[in-house]
Design a protein around this ligand. Structure first.
Ligand SMILES: NC(=O)C1=CN([C@@H]2O[C@H](COP(=O)(O)OP(=O)(O)OC[C@H]3O[C@@H](n4cnc5c(N)ncnc54)[C@H](O)[C@@H]3O)[C@@H](O)[C@H]2O)C=CC1
Ligand SMILES: O=C(O)[C@@H]1CCC=N1
Length: 278
């Protein structure tokens, strides 16, 4: 714990897409950049993070974690074991809280790779964290103390909403819904823009209509206090245009397709974990 302010020092291992979104979101919301450290082996990534957010950047994980209370492990799932093994001696010495954002990788795997019995918070954030509009699922292993759990929650709550998940097995489903979810909505935006262009709108105009519509609908979903089905019904005049559009979605099996997509992403999480077993 930082002695002067009480605020934790956070080290990110890996400064790619997800870590950049978290770091950017934290700094934009008043996080002190001098208490955020990032290790990335890629020099252009380090330069971008330093220039954009004023955080301290390092070439190696060992340098970044020196003196840090939280180690946010943000490398690809396939690289987690190696990074953890390299940091294991230090982890056993200082016993930080390890926060893994890796899809699929379990808290047991992270704890074992760090030498055993380490406090691990498994987190599944998403990239809208950059705007403070993130959604993060969190699970804490049995070595995480109450105050560490609260601090981990605060860390992620600074960049959006958090949801604690009691059963770790469900973290893969969290990944399938909200971790990967932004990409589903971006695909929807692409498809709506393409469809608008196919109906004769200029592509840029169609994209603007689609993007602002998704923003407006998303804000209604979280700000109106009403559920999605109620809001949908209010747009849908009987025998009108929306009904015609929605019927095409239903006939095309959109709900079953979404179930398949979330199921595939969820299963992939479990596969990533299994592929990294001994
Ligand atoms: N991109 C997303 O929307 C989300 C990603 N995640 C998870 O976040 C993790 C990272 O994903 P991305 O940021 O998308 O990948 P990325 O490839 O953009 O970032 C990984 C970074 O780690 C760095 N790196 C790898 N090994 C290193 C080492 N030994 N030392 C220092 N730096 C090292 C790479 O240079 C790279 O910049 C993954 O485990 C993924 O499952 C979780 C939620 C959402
Ligand atoms: O695609 C992935 O594996 C990562 C995890 C969730 C979002 N991106």
């Amino acid at each position: 714990m930082n002695e002067r302010t009480g605020s934790p020092v956070v080290a990110f291992i890996g400064g790619g897409n997800m870590a950049s979104s978290l770091v950017g979101g934290m700094v934009a919301r008043g996080g002190d950049p001098s208490r955020i450290r990032v290790a990335d082996r890629n020099a252009p990534n380090r330069e971008r993070l330093c220039a954009s957010f004023g955080v301290q950047c390092f070439a190696t994980p060992e340098e970044a974690v020196d003196g840090a209370d939280f180690w946010v492990l943000a490398v690809k799932p396939q690289g987690m074991r190696l990074v953890c093994n390299d940091l294991a001696p230090l982890a056993q010495q200082v016993r930080p809280v390890a926060v893994s954002v890796a899809a699929g990788i379990t808290s047991r795997q992270v704890a074992d790779w760090l030498g055993g019995a380490v406090p691990v918070v498994r987190a599944m954030p998403n990239t809208p964290s950059l705007l403070g509009a993130g959604m993060t699922g969190l699970y804490a292993n049995e070595h995480v103390e109450e105050h560490q759990r609260a601090q981990a929650g605060e860390l992620l709550a600074a960049v959006g909403e958090v949801e604690w998940i009691a059963d770790e097995a469900l973290m893969d489903a969290v990944t399938g819904v909200s971790g990967s979810g932004p990409a589903y909505l971006f695909l929807m935006a692409e498809a709506m823009a393409d469809a608008g262009a196919a109906q004769g709108l200029p592509r840029d105009v169609a994209a603007r209509l689609a993007n602002q519509t998704i923003l407006g609908a998303a804000r209604m979903l979280v700000e109106s206090g009403e559920d999605a089905a109620t809001l949908r019904r209010r747009v849908t005049s009987p025998g009108g245009t929306t009904q015609a559009g929605l019927e095409a979605f239903e006939e095309g099996g959109l709900r079953a397709l979404v179930e398949r997509a979330v199921g595939a992403a969820t299963r992939r999480g479990a596969e990533l974990s299994a592929a990294n077993e001994d």
